[in-house]
Design a protein around this ligand. Structure first.
Ligand code: FES
Ligand code: FES
Length: 164
């Protein structure tokens, strides 16, 4: 029998304390303990990127991190992007909708969270830089061109919000 351990993780600005199995992944903590199902789980081996979240501001695979290791960490998931007061989608989410950056949507939270990190650090990335940043995220549906277009649109909107 394993001993449960206490962990305290801030997720989308709210502090959550729980006693969890030491082997519980962050992905499962988010999905099953906090009921934040927007973080998807695919390969569970760090390959596909669908489980990506921001951990202390850096995009990371939540299937590879253990909840107990993240005691004291700050995590942002796809649920944290929408404007809390107005309910409006984040400009990156809106750009993915408008530029058809998704089909089934399974990969989308991972792409959007990774794009958030990219555009925070580099507001005007080249196509090569976008491809490099998103190269660890897999999509079975879109062929990637519409995802590239979505990221370009999001970058433009975030740089020049009034221009649309
Ligand atoms: S589910 Fe985490 S990288 Fe695939
Ligand atoms: S939209 Fe279906 S896997 Fe990317």
């Amino acid at each position: 029998m394993t001993t449960r351990q206490r962990t305290r993780i801030t997720v989308n600005g709210r502090v959550h304390e729980a006693e969890v199995e030491p082997r519980l992944t962050l992905a499962d903590f988010l999905r099953h303990e906090l009921h934040l199902g927007g973080t998807h789980v695919g390969c569970e081996h760090g390959i596909c990127g669908v489980c990506s979240v921001l951990i202390n501001g850096k995009a990371a695979r939540s299937c590879l991190a253990l909840a107990v290791q993240l005691d004291g960490a700050e995590v942002t998931t796809i649920e944290g992007l929408r404007n809390r007061e107005t309910g409006q989608l984040h400009p990156i989410q809106q750009a993915f909708v408008e530029a058809h950056g998704l089909q089934c949507g399974f990969c989308t939270p991972g792409f959007i969270v990774t794009t958030l990190e990219l555009l925070r650090d580099n507001p005007d990335p080249s196509d090569a830089q976008i491809k490099e940043a998103l190269g660890g995220n897999l999509c079975r549906c879109t062929g990637y061109e519409s995802i590239l277009a979505s990221v370009r649109l999001a970058a433009r909107r975030l740089r020049e919000p009034a221009q649309g």
